[in-house]
Design a protein around this ligand. Structure first.
Ligand SMILES: [Fe+2]
Length: 287
């Protein structure tokens, strides 16, 4: 789906009726195309089908850190994401997306184990806006000039859930501060800036900028400047796919070698609702 070979769209597959050959092809495609697969026109009326699909890529995670009201009743693995309101409050996790600069991230880089894959299944989408951008960090790393690779190969960054939460609270006043328990459960952690994928052995930029407090060993302004420059390069057209959602779309991505970012939409006019599942598995080196 991109000039750099990142991302693949899969046609003619019914995810509610997969056989072993299809399952193998899906797993292969996920690894071979930089960790992004898009499947359109799915009618997954039974949420168990969605769970079965996601479980092809790793063990399903629970959603302990979220408000239980945001989970699909009977399916604690499924987190509802969107601007759905019931009885005067959000019944899904709603994170208001800002206009550019977009909030490029991978899911939960600040926890261990990190979800290695995340998938979104679209139930309702705005007629305009509310897209998700995906950026391929393996292709972006490999296309860097050698002197930049040498400069960044051994750098480490500090990731923090608290840092992210405070950033999100600026545009989402309905979002509470982290509880003491969540802060204790998610202390700041050290991550490599260049990560090696455990399945492919290929290197990627590991750059969820909104989770990163600092670059180890660099003054704040210098670290920030370096990361912003790298992110702006790595989220250019060559490396990105923007998903214009339609109900029935399903997208699965690899948090170890991709970034994603939501784009804003008119939340008074449109409803956006997604089911999200995350899976765990082999972590990148340095975690
Ligand atoms: Fe995300």
């Amino acid at each position: 789906m991109t000039d750099s070979g990142f991302g693949v769209e899969i046609m003619g597959m019914d995810l509610a009726a997969l056989d072993a050959a299809c399952e193998h092809k899906l797993r292969r495609a996920f690894i071979d195309h930089g960790g992004l697969i898009v499947v359109r026109d799915q009618e997954l009326n039974d949420p168990a089908d969605l769970c079965r699909f996601a479980a092809l890529f790793g063990a399903l995670e629970q959603n302990d850190k979220y408000d239980p009201d945001f989970l699909l009743p009977g399916f604690p693995e499924i987190l509802r994401i969107g601007n759905v309101v019931e009885n005067g409050r959000y019944s899904a996790l709603f994170i208001r997306a800002d206009p550019p600069p977009l909030l490029w991230h991978c899911d939960d880089s600040f926890r261990d184990p990190q979800p290695v894959g995340s998938c979104l299944y679209c139930l309702s989408a705005p007629a305009s806006g509310g897209e998700t951008g995906f950026a391929g960090m393996t292709a972006a790393y490999e296309a860097l000039p050698d002197q930049v690779k040498t400069r960044i190969d051994n750098l480490y960054t500090i990731h923090s859930y608290h840092h992210l939460n405070e950033l999100l609270r600026i545009g989402n006043p309905h979002r509470p501060p982290l509880t003491d328990k969540l802060r204790r459960d998610h202390p700041a952690v050290r991550r490599p800036l260049v990560a090696r994928h455990p399945a492919t052995g290929r290197k990627s930029l590991y750059l969820p900028l909104c989770h990163i407090e600092s670059v180890e060993g660099l003054p704040d302004h210098e670290g920030r400047e370096l990361l912003e420059e790298l992110l702006s390069y790595a989220t250019g057209n060559r490396f990105t796919h923007f998903q214009h959602w339609r109900p029935g779309d399903l997208v699965l991505w690899d948090n170890r070698c991709t970034l994603h970012a939501p784009t804003p939409f008119d939340e008074q006019q449109y409803t956006r609702l997604m089911y999200r599942l995350t899976v765990t598995g082999a972590q990148i080196a340095g975690f």
